[in-house]
Structure formats: C-alpha cells, structure tokens
Write a protein that binds this ligand. Structure first.
Ligand code: B12
Length: 449
C-alpha cells in the first residue's frame, strides 16, 4: 500500500523540532509499503499538502499529532482547530483511510477521534501501524490489535510495542534542509520508558514505566548518520537521560569509539552523579545539561514525588558546571503544597546555582492518568468526566499564580538568564534570527552571564 505520513506540528517555540516519531513509524512499515513523509513545517500551506496527496495518491494517511497545546499558562495556545483544518484538507483531496497517532493523540484519544473524525487511531507506539496496515490489506477486523481505536471502540494504552525499535532515517528526507537551516538540530532516543513517579508527569503513560535501552553501538551509529546528514547538534529526547548511569557511560564510550564529533544535549534529573560522570559525558560531546529541578524546596520536591532533594540538586549542578558544561534548570512552580514559604526557599536557594539559565513555568498542566489529576479532582479544580483537552493548570490553593509570577519577575530583575515560561513568540523570534545568522543548537547558553 502507499502510505503518506503527515507531521502536523508547526510550533516553533522554543524552536522547530524534527518529527522523530515518524522516523520510527517509517522504520516499522517501509519494508512492506511505499512510504512518503509530508512535514507541515516545510510544506507551509495546506494547499501544498493537497498537491503532495494528489501526486502520491496514498491509500492510507497517518497524521502525527505531537502537541495538544503549548503548555504555557501565561499565553495558552491549543492546536485542535489547526489539526481539524489539516484533516479537512486531507479529506477534500483524498479518500484515503486516515489514521491518527502521536503523543497528543495518546494523551487524548477519544477527544481527538471525535474532533478530527478520523477512521482509526493508534494509542501509544506507532510501530503498531504495521499491524493495522496488514489487517486493512487482508480485509480483517483490526479491533483485536492493541491500541487501535475507532470513534466507536475506545482502548487503553497497550503494553509497549517491543524492546527493539527501528529508526527509518536515511539522511535524504525532504524535510532535513529545513531543520538544518533552523538551528541544525536533529534528535535521537537512547531509551524509552520512565520508571519515576512524578505526580504530574505523562511520560510513563506515553512511553511505559519499564525502561527499554537501545544498544549503545546502535545509538552511536544513529548519531553518526545524523552527523553525516549535516546535523550540528543532537537533542537526546529520553524522558530522563541519567536514569541509567552504566548505559549512559556505554553510550558515551560508543560515541567516542565511533567518532561522533558534534555536540549534544539531554534532560537530566538533578541527582548526585557517580564520580567523574559529567567529565565522561563531556568528553563524548555533551555540552548542554537541562535539569528538571522543579523546586528548591524539600517539601515541594517531596510533594511532586521527586527522588532527589535540594542537596542533590546542588551536587549535580556543581558536577555539571565543574565539567565545563552549559547548565539550565527548569522549575515548575505553584504545585500542590506551594506556599509563600516554599517559594521563598526556592528563590533564595537559587543564588547557589551559579552559571546557569533558569526557566520557570507557573501552574502545572494537568494530564489524565496522573496523580495530579486525582488531586485536582479532589480539590475541585477539575471535574472527573469533563475533558481537559483545553488545558487546565493546577493552582496551589495557598498562593496565587499572580503572586508567584510577580515574585519570580522581582527576583529576575534585569537578569536575562531568568526566563519565565518557554519565552513565547518573542524568544522564538530572537532564536530564529540567530539561526538565520548561522547559529546552531538550543541557544539558552547565551543568556548566562
Ligand atoms: C524531548 C521533548 C521535547 C524537546 C524536543 C527536543 C528535540 N529537538 O527533539 C523540547 C524540550 C525542545 C520540547 C519542547 C516542547 N515540548 Co516536548 N517533549 C519531549 C518528549 C520528552 C519526547 C518527545 C520525543 O521525541 N519522543 C520520542 C519519539 C520517538 O516519540 P513520539 O514522537 O511520541 O512518537 C511515537 C508515538 O507518539 C507514535 N507516533 C508519532 N507519530 C505518529 C503518527 C502516526 C500516524 C502513528 C500511528 C503513530 C505516531 O509513534 C512514535 C514511535 O513509537 C515528550 C514526552 C514524551 N516522553 O513523549 C514531550 C512532549 C511531546 N512535549 C510536549 C510539549 C507541550 C512541548 C512544548 C510545547 C513545551 C514548551 N512550552 O516549550 C515544546 C514544543 C516544541 C515544538 N516546537 O513542537 C508535550 C506534548 C503534549 C501537549 N501538552 O501538547 C509532551 C508529550 C510532554 C508532556 N507534557 O506530556 N519537547
């Protein structure tokens, strides 16, 4: 069959993100089907998508839905209307079967099926599209395939697809020049799954609780392919990169052995690392460390279900800065238990984190299937049974969002390394101008004095 895979994401905040998920879906189906990718970041207008559909005449069109919204409580933007227009364009140009997938779909499958009136959806890992295509081809009922939904049949997230996932990246994708020109960043996974229990987080729901590791040699081979394709920076997209130190070290050794020479960055939990850990990572090309720190108040870290405390954050920070790395800390303020006192603790402890960028999010986006959802129901902040597709942000009953933002802005003064929210359009525009002048990578290091 002919399968067109459409990446619907055009958000460029903080920067445009290469649609990694579609490489994996391609990897799972390309052996048996003719596959083309249409990336809305490069196609721009819907009419160009119509042209691509007319030229290829696909039997099945898979639509990748990454973001539901921008998760910015100060300037919330939802994307469902855009997705509705996109699916409308597809329907006007084709009778192909439409299949939805992606993280936004897995978070809100029933709402997305209803809003977009698709034929099928695949909850969880999109590699299962291979099974759906087999069933369609053989005219068999796809209902027994785990994760495959219709508007009538709803399902839960199925068990993870497999321990082996194959990336269909060949370095000649038509969308590559766009990402190479706009920051030069491509991305890769070294593992799937997250075994942590942070109360607000949807990652275990999306990727499973159990970690599945990619063989270090395979990670290095992928990195080399991205490098050969022209990448100037690699973003590692693992939920938490340092949740397996021995695997990290094996990956770093494989990078060095195979000659991966471009810089890379990843998300880390601020845990006290083994001796020399960040030095080993730096030697293998790690330049950017993004810590999911959330708070510098121990009661808040406990409330969020974090396995680290403020002294671990300090140790992790010193180790990363000491290894010469660029460091950023991300904060989530205003969660359950936040008070004026806990906020004071966070703001006063910040002075100990030298040479770092700080990104503050205030109010936490509530996702289904999380402990935060249950807390919000109990407190009457959301109503069980009522959709939270339109984002609802958890607010601490003990301190207002305005007060938190005011205090953070007061603390920030004129310091450019304190960023409230993702920085919004203004920051995205500045980053985009820097990319046009040839800069590459995430760019927040330029804010550190
Ligand atoms: C890494 C990451 C980032 C990095 C990306 C770095 C990079 N260069 O790649 C950064 C920090 C830049 C980032 C930014 C943002 N992110 Co982010 N990010 C992630 C994260 C942790 C992993 C994404 C990833 O690459 N996964 C690996 C790939 C392989 O998985 P995948 O794309 O989901 O694809 C699989 C399936 O979804 C499915 N699938 C995908 N497409 C299709 C298509 C079809 C047809 C089918 C059948 C299946 C299918 O199959 C794939 C293979 O199994 C996810 C959370 C998570 N654990 O998933 C959040 C996540 C995607 N991000 C999210 C958000 C909100 C954002 C931001 C808006 C945040 C902000 N305010 O700045 C921005 C948007 C950026 C943009 N331009 O789009 C949300 C989206 C949900 C929502 N509320 O909208 C997520 C889910 C996190 C969350 N809160 O739950 N992000």
């Amino acid at each position: 069959m002919k399968v067109l895979l459409v990446s619907a994401n055009t958000l460029n905040e903080p920067y445009p993100v290469y649609p990694l998920g579609l490489d994996y879906v391609t990897g799972a189906i390309a052996g048996h089907h003719a596959v083309q990718i249409a990336d809305m970041n490069t196609l721009g207008a819907y009419e160009s998508l119509g042209e691509a559909i007319k030229r290829f005449r696909p039997d099945v069109i898979g639509v990748s839905l990454r973001n539901v919204d921008n998760t910015d409580s100060a300037d919330p933007k939802g994307f469902i209307e855009t997705y509705r227009e996109l699916v409308g364009t597809i329907r006007r140009h084709s009778k192909a079967i439409i299949v939805l997938g992606g993280s936004a779909f897995t978070l809100f499958p029933e709402e997305m099926m209803d809003a977009l009136e698709a034929d099928y959806g695949i909850i969880g890992e999109g590699e299962r599209l291979a099974l759906l295509l087999d069933a369609i081809e053989a005219r068999k009922d796809p209902a027994p395939i785990p994760g495959v939904t219709t508007r009538q049949v709803h399902k839960a997230v199925p068990a993870p697809w497999s321990d082996k996932f194959i990336r269909g990246f060949h370095g000649n994708h038509s969308n590559l020049p766009f990402y190479l020109k706009n920051g030069g960043m491509l991305n890769l996974q070294t593992k799937r799954g997250c075994h942590h229990n942070c109360i607000y987080c949807s990652y275990p729901h999306l990727e499973g609780h159990h970690q599945r590791l990619v063989a270090p040699g395979e990670v290095a081979e992928t990195a080399l392919r991205l490098q050969a394709a022209g990448a100037k920076f690699i973003s590692v997209t693992d939920s938490v990169f340092n949740s397996d130190y021995s695997h990290n070290i094996a990956v770093a050794q494989a990078f060095k052995k195979n000659g991966v020479s471009i810089p890379w960055g990843a998300f880390f939990m601020p845990m006290n690392p083994p001796d020399g850990y960040f030095g080993i990572m730096a030697e293998a090309g790690l330049t950017h460390v993004e810590f999911g720190t959330d708070s510098l108040s121990n009661p808040m870290l406990a409330s969020y279900g974090k396995p680290f405390r403020v002294n671990d954050v300090m140790a992790a920070h010193e180790a990363a800065v000491g290894a010469g790395l660029h460091v950023a800390h991300y904060f989530l303020l205003g969660g359950p238990g936040e008070t004026s006192d806990t906020l004071n603790q966070t703001l006063s402890n910040l002075v100990h984190l030298k040479r770092s960028a700080f990104v503050f999010f205030c109010g936490i986006r509530i996702y289904p299937h999380t402990t935060l959802y249950d807390i919000a129901v109990k407190e009457g902040q959301v109503c069980r049974g009522r959709s939270i597709l339109d984002p609802v942000f958890y607010r601490s009953p003990s301190i207002t969002a305005e007060e938190i933002i005011h205090r953070v802005k007061e603390g920030a003064g004129n310091r450019p390394n304190w960023i409230v929210g993702s920085g919004g359009r203004r920051t995205a525009n500045i980053i985009s101008r820097l990319y046009k002048r040839g800069h590459t990578g995430p760019m927040w290091e330029y804010l550190i004095a």
